[in-house]
Design a binder for this molecule. Structure first.
Ligand code: NAD
Ligand code: G6P
Ligand code: MN
Length: 444
């Protein structure tokens, strides 16, 4: 494997997360010696804006001569000679995210990017495109590492596993890092001392313990006490974003009502679906907030650069998001065996769960890829039951894609734990079929 003069490609380069990733890349350049960044996308306008922003970032750090920057809509140009591909595409863009969120809300059920039926709509849109993307990478750079965080992750990774079982692809989500970071900052811990054990499906799991090496014991019981007595406050980087504060409030509520494990905040959509629906505005959802916020700010940044405005231009802070992806690439390159929560085929990692489930568990990352740990304990029935239903519904959805089966899609929608009955499942499915014309396969 090449260890210097690396070429890094960001697929979905027009994403508003790109500047945060580039910032982390620049910070880590001593450990990840790249001399080329390529932004690959399907949307010319978005990639033009992002090219300007990244160029500005490189110039500000005095790296414009050392690092070649390119942007392209051509997969051959993008992936040829690439070493790492960071994959963050959003099939259908924010406009379709808005549809995913609003259609279920019309029927009084959860409308969310990755959870519930919104996540299923997004999943059926994304499978074909991610398989195409992976196909390009295998064709033009068969040895490249793909670090994927394209959502909905369990569905995406399950579909890719079926087509390319031995691929050099790492599926990661920043949510556990964000939960840990938020808890550590609010309660005054240093997360670097932690060895957490977590298990679940993506956006659907629990902490089993958090061993803190500075005190040599499991500190999860005291964190659970704090969650119960004080709640959890958003960290600086997402303070002011009311959606995140609401998510942390729900995390505290779940851990208080179901003591013994710190939950992933996304479980709120399954355990308290009515309450979350009540808080949502069916006319103005998270997609609208992002389009009016992050997307506009990014556009404005690019325009200021175009107009040579002389003021603080870069305005982004995604917490640990960019850094964790870059750290993972460093861990592969330097064979560091950093430990991350990753989405992998179970194969005994969670002993009492089916082997072919895509689960999220701790894993070590090195030059030979991902080495997940085995928990070596059985998870409790409450978690197991919830996960089995969720896993079966996700698998049925992926079956529906490959078999082009309406029946499987209806089963998947009905089994989803945000859905109260089969009538609603069918109504929402039929409406999604119309709304996703051209994106979904035709279901028969
Ligand atoms: P975004 O819409 O801002 O950016 C996505 C970009 O992908 C756009 O520029 C779009 O044109 C491009 N794109 C769409 N289809 C493409 C294709 N087939 N090939 C190449 N490019 C394509 O979205 P975002 O909010 O930045 O999110 C990007 C993705 O990352 C989403 O899937 C999101 O859910 C995911 N995400 C995951 C995590 C995680 O923890 N796993 C965290 C943040 C974001
Ligand atoms: C977290 C999750 C991601 C999700 C993102 C949504 O980072 O882990 O999977 O895509 O939140 O954030 P947004 O600001 O786009 O709603
Ligand atoms: Mn995630």
């Amino acid at each position: 494997m090449k260890t210097r003069n690396l070429k890094i490609v960001i697929a979905g380069g027009g994403s508003t997360y790109t500047p945060g990733i580039v910032q982390a890349l620049i910070k880590s350049r001593e450990k990840l010696n790249f001399n080329e960044i390529c932004l690959y996308d399907i949307d010319e306008a978005r990639i033009e804006d992002m090219y300007l922003i990244v160029k500005y970032q490189l110039e500000s750090e005095g790296l414009a001569n050392e690092v070649k920057l390119s942007s392209t809509l051509d997969p051959e140009k993008a992936f040829t000679k690439s070493d790492f591909v960071f994959s963050q595409i959003r099939v259908g863009g924010m406009k379709m995210r808005e549809v995913d969120e609003k259609i279920p809300l019309k029927y009084g059920i959860v409308g969310q990017e990755t959870c519930g039926l919104g996540g299923f709509s997004y999943g059926l849109r994304t499978i074909g495109e991610i398989i195409k993307l992976v196909g390009y990478i295998l064709k033009y750079a068969p040895n490249a590492w793909i670090l994927n965080y394209t959502n909905p992750e369990t569905i995406v990774s399950e579909a890719v596993r079926r087509v390319y079982p031995n691929i050099r692809m790492i599926n990661a989500c920043d949510m556990t890092i964000s939960i840990e970071e938020t808890i550590a900052r609010d309660y005054g811990y240093d997360r670097k001392n932690w060895i957490p054990i977590y298990y679940g499906l993506n956006h659907f799991g629990w902490y089993h313990s958090i061993y803190d090496i500075s005190v040599d014991r499991d500190i999860m019981p005291e964190i659970l006490e704090r969650l119960k007595s004080d709640g959890l406050k958003a960290a600086d980087f997402n303070a002011g974003d009311k959606t995140w504060q609401e998510a942390w409030d729900m995390l505290a509520k779940i851990s208080t009502n179901f003591p013994g494990a710190i939950p992933n905040n996304y479980l709120e959509y399954y355990l308290y679906s009515e309450e979350t629906v009540e808080k949502m505005n069916p006319e103005y959802t998270r997609a609208n907030m992002i389009m009016d916020g992050r997307e506009k700010r990014t556009k404005a940044m690019a325009n200021k650069i175009r107009q040579h405005v002389d003021e603080k231009i870069l305005d982004f802070n995604f917490g640990e998001h960019g850094q964790y992806i870059v750290d993972m690439a460093v861990s592969i390159l330097n064979n560091d065996h950093g430990r991350y929560m990753l989405i992998v085929e179970n194969k005994g990692a969670i002993p009492n769960l089916r082997d072919d489930a895509m689960v999220e568990v701790p894993a070590y990352v090195g030059r030979n890829g991902v080495e997940p740990i085995s928990l070596r304990f059985d998870i409790p029935d409450f978690h197991k039951g919830l996960m089995e239903a969720q896993n079966a519904s996700e698998k049925l959805l992926v079956d529906a894609y490959f078999e082009k089966s309406y029946n499987k899609a209806l089963q998947a929608f009905t089994l989803n734990q945000t859905v109260p009955n089969a009538n609603i499942a069918k109504d929402v499915l039929d409406e999604f079929i119309l709304a996703n014309k051209g994106y979904w396969p035709e279901l028969n």
